[in-house]
Design a protein around this ligand. Structure first.
Ligand code: AMP
Length: 309
């Protein structure tokens, strides 16, 4: 059996984060950064993205030291994508104060030759036409997971519908699932989305956990109840990265693997929110990951053992 290869496409950014605990500027961020750091706790991740002249080599090296292959991150003339957000005091909502696309405006993802035979592909939330262009560069037929957002559901529905026909797993939040399907009830919304293409749908519900709908049925994973949440930025991307990292590690996409993967997804999301930006993901050890998975098991343990290895 050849080894798995996980490719992640998405934004690489500098974020300015206005949190209840203070304002933090020039924080390394971007959806691909969070996903790749989370995935690489389980399996090496290859990133396709773009940065500007202001993104320093040392940060790329820090990512590489965590098992992220940064050779698909191109450096373009101009500044790196920048996002500024402000969170409410309870961290449950946020507003975007500023988005500067900079080099991201002309981003046309290009898979390096060695990335084209990926077995697992995570398409971060970018224009659906660009997500489609990545699929066209593939040599094989990987397991494809995609993220999207209201902006594309409202403005680029036909490109998104074309993409969905080629996606195995769609990862969205509850609002996005409702908007895409036009249905409020989540199981019904998932059924309607499955008819658009993806046979597996994960609906994220923030601190209320996440639901998987697939051919086997419905499955639920809780969010780990943490005593202290510092910064929710990137939690959804970390969730997707943890999920795909586990699937790449076990090289399986079948229903039970996906159910186990959901715990790794939730664990990755829980580490992400424990620090400002991706700080905690940069530091998480294999032992901490094992410990967090064990904590999840005890959260739902009623005397029968769960094997999440
Ligand atoms: P999340 O909290 O999971 O929504 O992810 C936040 C990350 O997404 C931040 O690091 C931002 O840099 C990045 N981001 C914000 N807006 C966009 C956008 N329009 N396109 C791509 N990435 C974005």
């Amino acid at each position: 059996m050849t080894a798995s290869s996980l490719v992640i496409v998405g934004s690489v950014a500098f974020d300015d984060l206005e949190l209840p605990t203070g304002t933090f500027e020039n924080v390394v961020g971007g959806a691909a950064t969070y996903s790749a750091l989370a995935a690489s706790m389980l399996h090496p991740a290859r990133v396709v993205g773009v940065v500007g002249h202001d993104y320093d080599e040392a940060t790329l090296q820090q990512l590489a030291a965590r098992g992220v292959d940064v050779s698909g991150i191109e450096r373009a003339p101009g500044k790196t994508f920048r996002w500024r957000g402000r969170y409410s005091a309870d961290l449950n909502s946020r507003v975007t104060l500023d988005t500067q696309l900079n080099v991201f405006a002309d981003f046309r993802p290009k898979l390096p030759v060695g990335f084209r035979s990926a077995t697992h592909l995570l398409l971060g939330n970018i224009h659906p036409a660009l997500q489609l262009s990545v699929l066209e560069q593939l040599e094989g037929r990987p397991f494809v997971a995609a993220d999207t957002m209201n902006f594309w559901i409202q403005g680029e529905l036909s490109a998104l519908q074309k993409l969905l026909k080629k996606v195995d797993l769609l990862i969205v939040n509850d609002e996005e699932a409702r908007e895409l399907s036009g249905i409020h009830n989540l199981p019904k919304a998932a059924r309607a989305i499955a008819k658009m293409g993806p046979t597996r749908i994960i609906i994220k519900r923030g601190e209320f956990g996440a639901l998987l709908f697939d051919e086997i049925g419905m499955f639920f994973v809780p969010a780990y109840p943490l005593e202290e949440v510092i910064d929710p930025t990137g939690a959804g991307d970390s969730f997707a990265g943890g999920l795909m990292g586990y699937l790449a590690r076990v090289r399986s996409n079948e229903g039970m693997a996906l159910r186990k993967a959901l715990f790794y997804a939730a664990a990755a999301g829980s580490f992400c929110v424990e620090g400002v930006g991706p700080r905690r993901l940069f530091e998480t050890t294999a032992a901490e990951l094992r410990q967090r998975i064990a904590s999840f098991v005890s959260l739902v343990d009623y005397g029968h053992s769960l094997d999440l290895s």
